[in-house]
Structures are given as structure tokens and as C-alpha cells.
Design a protein around this ligand. Sequence first.
Ligand code: NAD
Length: 368
Amino acid sequence: MIKVKKRRVLLLPGDGIGPEVIAEVKKVINWFNDKKSLDFEIDEDLVGGISFDKHGTPLTDEVFYKALESAVIMLGAVGGPKWDGVEFSKKPERALLKLRKELKLFANLRPAICFEQLVNASTLKPEIVSGLDILIVRELTGGVYFGEPRGIKPIENGERKGVNTHTYTSSEIIRVARVAFDLAKKRSNRVISCEKSNVMEAGQLWKEEVQSLHDKDYKDVELSHMLADNCAMQLVRNPKQFDVILTDNLFGDMLSDEASMLTGSLGLLPSASLGAKNKDGEMRAMYEPIHGSAPDIAGKGVANPIASILSFAMALRYSLDLDNEAEALEKAVQEALNDGLRTKDIMSDKMKEVSTSQMGDAIISKLQ
Ligand code: NAD
């Protein structure tokens, strides 16, 4: 069994703007090492298209083993049109799915926070999104994306049938629900669990297991259930009614994208994918911005590094138990925005446009 090294941070910048935004994260980590003596051990390697170009695979065994022994993996982004023609099993995105699946990162946390300074960047009215702070907890390694049987097969009359299977076991539901309840306790203590228990048996099981875990271990947390289609509607009608949303892989995929757009820019939102804690309290986890490799702006120095820097703040909080440092970093981001500094994606009237590295430097200067 490969042990997790507590202070090991593996940087996997990947493709497109990945290296540009992860370079800013590296500066932040070095700042914590130099100024706060936090002793993070940084390692860096290839993943995605760049790994395919060099090694013929998007994730080498060597990098996979490095990932296994790292407490924190900071991923930039993978993919781009350059690898469109590559066979399915070698596509850059396969590296991500393998890391999530093999490291058993079953809980995906996606905060959707609306920065007060950027309230006007949302497509919704300012009064609807101002002060928004939602955390979506999405199950990441089960459900219809992984269930068997699956595939496309010929049937009678020259027709074909596409099959995917939506399955969940009690333990898969309970372990992710536990994450949601534990996180809710650190926030406003409310969980809304979303499924389609009205039309799907797996949804009915989801609802029953979440409720019974609540009744057994989390009576102090307020729990309610909502059908996933209603949740999609409520997210644009009145998003501030939510605190923690707990949901499965498929619905979580959609609801978290919807929630992220309430806040205005893809360049601002972090995410965490967490595994289970073992008996020694060790946990594997991967942190990444929710955006992709943005080939349209790659190499221009205009990418917004805030989503990646906030992903590292999540790593400080969830993997490294450094809540004060996480808060300081989040505050530094706010202060840089308060100073009117904006990367191109969030630029508006009377603000000062800065490059990727200028934004990183400004955030670090606020940490001082
Ligand atoms: P994208 O997120 O890369 O870009 C969408 C739009 O948002 C683009 O206009 C881009 O310029 C902009 N944008 C994204 N991040 C930004 C940032 N930090 N700062 C400023 N602007 C930013 O999505 P896409 O264009 O659909 O996908 C591009 C590639 O990324 C595809 O190959 C896709 O498969 C891949 N992708 C990877 C991941 C991942 O690695 N986790 C996630 C999504 C997409």
C-alpha cells in the first residue's frame, strides 16, 4: 500500500492555460514555504495532451504513482483541439477520469460564490446573486457515468440501442452524504439532497439512505429533499435558498455548471475532489479550477489565475488542515479585486486590466 506523504503537493499543469495558472499557484506555495515555513514539498509533472506528445499516454505510470503518494494534487487543465484526432483511450481527458476513479475521489466539491465586486458580471439580477455562497457536493465515481452494462449494440430491424446504467449502492450514497453533512456543519448547517425519487429507483434509494444517515448521525443538520429538475429551476429563481446541495454524478454535473454561471466567470471558481480518509486520517485529493484549457487564450498571459489559487485555498482547508492560511489566501484574492485589478475575462469600466502573473503577484502582495 502506497502511503500518502502529508506535505507532498504534486503540480500537474497540463495543457493550454493550465501551465499559466498553475505557475501562479506555485508562486503562492513558495510564498507559504518562504514566509510561513510550511515545508510543502513541490513536485511537478506532465498530464494530458502534453504527456501524450512526450510519452504516448496522457498519464504515465510514474505520474500516477506520484499522484498516489501526494496529499494534494493541483491540476491545471487538460485537452485542446490539437488532440481531437487521438484515439478515445489516449485522449487527454482520460487522464483525469483515471485519476478520479483510481484514487477513489468520490466527493466533488464545487463552491459557487458570487464576489461582491463582480455582482454585475452575472446574467442574473444583482439582488438575486449578491451574497451567494453555495457548496455543491457531487458524487463523482458512481452512477450512470460508470454503471454496467453500457455500450451501443445492434438490435432487430437494423436499429441500434445505446445503454447506460444508473446504479448506486447504499455505501456509495452514505459516504458522499457524510461529506455533505460534515461540511454543512462548518457552514449554515443546511443540506438539500437532490435526486429523481419520483421516477427512478436509484433516486428512491438515494433519498432513503440520506434520510436514514441524517436520522442516525446528523440530526443537528437541517435536511430537506428536492427533485433535481426543481433544483435546476430554483437555482435561477432563488439561488440564495441553498447552502449545501448534495447530489449524484449526473445531476451534479449539470447543477454545478448551472450554479457556476450564476457567479459570472469560469475563471473564478475552484473545485476539490476528495477521497475517503483511511484509519490514519490520510486522504487523497485533487484540486482544480472548473474551467478547461481555454485554447483560445492560451499563451497570451491573459488567463485568470483566481480559480486555481482558490483551489489551492481549498487544499489548505480540506487536505492540510490549515484553515487560517486558507482564509488569508481567500481574503488576499478579495483585496486584489477590491483594488480594482481585473484580468481580461472580468474586466469592466474604470478597473485596471492585469495579466495572469500580475494578478498572481498582486494576490501574493496582499498576503504579506
Ligand atoms: P474552457 O473552460 O477551456 O473555456 C471556455 C471559455 O472560457 C473560453 O472562452 C475561455 O477563454 C474562457 N476561460 C476559461 N478559463 C478561463 C480563465 N481562467 N481565464 C479567462 N478565461 C477563461 O472550455 P472549452 O473551451 O469548452 O474547452 C477547451 C478544452 O478544455 C477542451 O479540450 C475541453 O475538453 C477541455 N476541458 C478540460 C477540463 C479539465 O481539464 N478539467 C474541463 C473542461 C474542459
